[in-house]
Design a binder for this molecule. Structure first.
Ligand SMILES: [Zn+2]
Length: 241
């Protein structure tokens, strides 16, 4: 039997959702419990697969709980979650040069966040915001530096979250970068910037493209190797690059 939680509202349709390995049913008031139960049973194979898939990801990834670790600039940092009035996320150094990422969650939400899953979701949001700020500080500077070196200049740059890519380039010369890049060592971030800039000349992964990457970033194979080795430990799980 699969455990699940039902949230009723004035919505008109029924939805099934699995997040953090838990099943959530969103249902209109008019649908009775028996109907939901039958639906859960009918979908049990799919739900079980989904739950298994998510717990497998959790084996490798940060679960956003107190004391869990994640990559920041290529180094593992330990999460320290505290409640206070002023929301903040800051990186400090603890004993033995251990890096600590302190996430300050709003005191007023403490009661609401006594649920582990909800707290993890809130912490994840804080970290995403922190990554985005870091990326907005760092990426444009790097793009400017490598634009000068390569004479390849984008029309614009955007910082956003992608689920399965580190960056992108379109045929209008616009570059986008994933703020989860902040998980990677600086040198690997540099490679991704050069990679996307080279797409301004070759919008593919042809031999000519890789020759151009090698010209401007000769150590690119090392960067690719780091990404491959650490792929499973990268929090938001990205495909190879
Ligand atoms: Zn590419």
């Amino acid at each position: 039997m699969i455990e699940y939680k039902v949230v009723r509202s004035r919505r008109k349709t029924l939805s099934l959702q699995v997040s953090y390995g838990q099943v959530l049913v969103r249902a209109p008031y008019s649908v009775d419990d028996k109907f939901i139960n039958t639906l859960i049973e009918k979908k049990s194979a799919w739900l079980k697969a989904k739950i298994a898939q998510q717990s497998q990801v959790d084996d490798f990834c940060c679960d956003f709980s107190q004391g869990s670790t994640l990559f920041l600039f290529g180094q593992l940092v330990t999460l320290n979650i505290i409640f206070a009035k002023q929301v903040n996320t800051l990186l400090t150094e603890g004993i033995n040069n251990k890096k600590i990422l302190t996430i300050v969650v709003a005191e007023r939400n403490k009661k609401k966040l006594s649920n582990k899953v909800l707290l993890a979701a809130a912490v994840k949001k804080h970290i995403e915001k922190y990554f985005k700020q870091q990326a907005e500080d760092i990426i444009p500077v790097k793009v400017a530096t490598y634009s000068q070196l390569t004479s390849l200049t984008p029309v614009s740059i955007k910082i956003r979250q992608y689920r399965s890519r580190w960056g992108s380039c379109n045929n209008r010369g616009e570059l986008s970068f994933n703020y989860l890049l902040m998980m990677l060592p600086i040198n690997v971030i540099n490679y991704v910037v050069v990679h996307e800039l080279c797409h301004l000349e070759h919008l593919n992964h042809s031999k000519e493209f890789w020759q151009l990457v090698a010209k401007h970033f000769p150590q690119y194979t090392q960067a690719k190797k780091w990404m491959k080795i650490n792929q499973s430990a990268l929090l938001w799980r990205l495909a190879s690059y």
